[in-house]
Design a binder for this molecule. Sequence first.
Ligand code: ZN
Length: 195
Amino acid sequence: MAEKTTEQLLESVGAVRHGHFVLSSGRHSGTYVQCALVLAHPEHAEALGRALAERLRGTRIDAVISLALGGLILGQEVARALGVRAMFVERDAGGKMALRRGFHLDPDERILVVEDVWTTGKSTREGWEVVETEGGRVVALAALVDRSGGAIDWKVPAAALVEIAIPSYEEKECPLCRAGSVAVRPGSRFKEAKK
Ligand code: ZN
């Protein structure tokens, strides 16, 4: 699937939103990509998962760990295409990322970490840490959208189907806040936006 096609697909289902948002990283932005709207279509989810698996064909992957909630469906579909099992990490009551539900990694198991959107890459790095703590080895990373426009230096093979540089800001530097509008949280963490 060509990059343009994925971008057009996101547009066609209304997944690219414009306004004033608090991203899951806490940063503010005028654009938000709601991947759930495209993954709601199983045939699109399957095709996107296949396309990501194809991009990572040169890397041997034993299992997929996705970041809940945003990465779950995509991770499942990438794992389906790769023929490996799909697990996930999630935040516990204290907000700390953890491998739960009896999921278990074999020593040095080669793991692909899947997230829906990379903004700063912080969540993926947290998931990466959990994998290493659990004895696995992160050998590749994947996302549907790379909002950094390819600016993150991952140091392992990393694939995103859409690379777009969308500006985001710390709250105190946000020009939209300065203009008087109030940011809304489109929802990937459970915290509500302050104010
Ligand atoms: Zn703002």
